[in-house]
Design a protein around this ligand. Structure first.
Ligand code: KG4
Ligand code: ZN
Length: 372
C-alpha cells in the first residue's frame, strides 16, 4: 500500500510517499525557518501563506522522487491536528483535493502519534511502551498498549520543552529555532556553572507533569540566584571555527547590552540550562517506569535530537534495563514520512475519513490520563 502523506501543522511543508508503513519512497520538506528567523519564532500568518505557495511544488518533487505515478497512490494521509489552524487548513484542503481528484480515501492523522511512529522506521518495537514526546508544541509522556490505545500520563502545564529552548535563544538573540543552537553552544560550556531549579520535581505533588516557563524565567532573568562559583575558562583561541568566533563576538555584544554580566558567558548558560532540562525529563521518565511495569521506551519530537537529553535518557535506559528507541535524527523534526508511516496502521484498522474532515488546533481531550 502506497500512502501519500501531507504534513503542514507548523512551519514545514512536507510531503512523503511511504510504502507499507516502513519504506520511505520520498520525503520532501520545505522549511520556512528563514521566513520566521527575524521574529525568533513562527508567525502563524506567514506560515499559512508559505504553505499555500509551496505545497504544489513540494508535491511534484516528492512524486517525482518516489518515481511513481498518481495512479499508484492507495490513500492520502494528512495531519489534521494538533497544530496551527491556518497551517493545518492548507494541508487538509490539499489532501481533500487530491483525494477527490484520484478517488482514493483520506486518512486523518494525529501529529503526535506521527512523531512517535518516527521511531518505528528503523526499529522493531513491541508494546506496551512509554513514549516521551518533546517538540516545539508538546511535552508529553504517553503510555501505549498499541498505536491506538494510549493514555497521557504526564504533560507540561505551560510551555513545551522546545519552546523553552526557543524562548531562551530569542532572549539572547541567538537565532531560531533555539534547540540546535543551544545544543551546539552547550558543547563548550560548563553544565555546572549554574544550578537552575528542577521545576515540579516533587512527584507526589506534581506527578509526571512538567513546567518550563519558570525555568525559562530563571535562565533569562534570575541567573545570579543559581550561579555556582566557577565558570568555565574556555580557551577560545584553541578552536578557530567560525561558529565559536561568532559566538564569542556575540557574547561581547550581550555583555555590552547588559543581557549578560561581565563574568558570564553564553556557553555556560546553554550547558547548564540544557543539563537541567535533560535532568528533569530523566527524573520524570524514571518515575513513569517506576509506576508502570514496562520495558520499552521511545523518545520522539524535535527536542529528542538534543545531545544531552539523548545521553541522559540513554544512561537511564541502561540503569533500568529498558529498550530505548530513538528516531533517526532526520526524522526527529516535523516530516511527512512519519505521517505516512502511521497512516498505514490507520488504514489497516479501517480508520478512514470523509471529505468533510475538519482540522483542529488542539487535542480534543487534554486532561491528564485522557486519550489523544
Ligand atoms: O517536532 P518539531 O520539529 O515541531 C513541533 O512539532 O513542534 O520540534 C521543533 C522544536 C523546536 O522548538 C526546536 O527548538 C526543537 O524542536 N529542537 C531542539 C533541537 N533540535 C530541535 N531542542 C533541543 N535540542 C535540539 N538539538
Ligand atoms: Zn511536530
Amino acid at each position: 500500500m502506497i500512502i501519500c502523506a501531507i504534513e503542514s501543522s507548523c512551519d514545514d511543508t512536507s510531503i512523503a510517499f511511504v510504502k507499507n508503513g516502513n519504506k520511505i519512497l520520498s520525503n520532501i520538506t520545505s522549511s520556512q525557518i528563514e521566513k520566521h528567523a527575524d521574529f525568533f519564532g513562527v508567525v502563524p500568518e506567514i506560515a499559512s501563506r508559505e504553505h499555500l505557495t509551496t505545497i504544489d511544488k513540494v508535491y511534484s518533487i516528492a512524486l517525482k522522487e518516489a518515481n511513481i505515478s498518481e495512479s499508484a497512490i492507495d490513500a492520502i494521509a494528512v495531519t489534521s491536528y494538533p497544530g496551527l489552524i491556518g497551517s493545518l487548513i492548507i494541508g487538509v484542503n490539499f489532501a481533500k483535493g487530491l483525494s477527490f481528484k484520484i478517488n482514493k480515501p483520506l486518512i486523518s492523522v494525529n501529529h503526535l502519534l506521527g512523531h512517535i511512529y518516527s521511531a518505528f522506521f528503523d526499529n522493531d518495537i513491541s508494546f506496551p511502551l512509554i513514549s516521551l514526546l518533546i517538540s516545539g508544541g508538546h511535552t508529553t509522556i504517553i503510555k501505549m498498549n498499541s498505536l491506538f490505545d494510549y493514555q497521557i500520563i504526564g504533560k507540561t502545564l505551560d510551555d513545551s520543552c522546545g519552546e523553552a529552548f526557543d524562548k531562551i535563544a530569542k532572549f539572547f538573540e541567538l537565532g531560531y529555532p533555539g534547540g540546535p543552537i543551544i545544543d551546539k553552544l552547550a558543547k563548550y560550556g560548563n553544565p555546572k556553572a549554574y544550578e537552575f531549579p528542577l521545576p515540579l520535581r516533587n512527584m507526589k505533588k506534581y506527578n509526571l507533569n512538567f513546567s518550563f516557563s519558570g525555568f525559562k524565567t530563571a535562565v533569562m532573568y534570575h541567573r545570579k540566584k543559581y550561579q555556582n562559583e566557577s565558570f568555565t575558562n574556555i580557551d577560545f583561541n584553541s578552536e578557530d571555527s567560525k561558529f565559536l568566533q561568532n559566538m564569542i563576538n556575540h557574547n561581547k555584544y550581550l555583555i555590552k547590552n547588559k543581557k549578560l554580566d561581565e563574568d558570564e558567558n553564553i556557553f555556560d548558560i546553554a550547558a547548564s540550562f540544557q543539563n537541567q532540562v535533560a535532568k528533569i525529563l530523566t527524573l520524570k521518565v524514571k518515575e513513569s517506569f517506576n509506576r508502570n511495569d514496562i520495558k520499552n521506551f521511545i523518545i520522539a519530537g524535535g527536542s529528542s535530537a538534543n545531545t544531552e537529553i539523548r545521553s541522559q535518557l540513554n544512561n537511564l535506559a541502561k540503569q533500568l534495563n529498558l529498550n530505548l528507541y530513538m528516531p533517526n535524527l532526520k526524522l526527529c523534526m516535523d516530516n511527512a514520512a512519519m505521517i505516512g508511516g502511521i497512516a498505514y496502521h490507520y488504514a489497516l484498522n479501517n480508520k478512514f475519513s470523509k471529505l468533510d474532515l475538519a482540522p483542529y488546533s488542539r487535542i480534543k481531550k487534554l486532561k491528564r490520563g485522557s486519550g489523544i
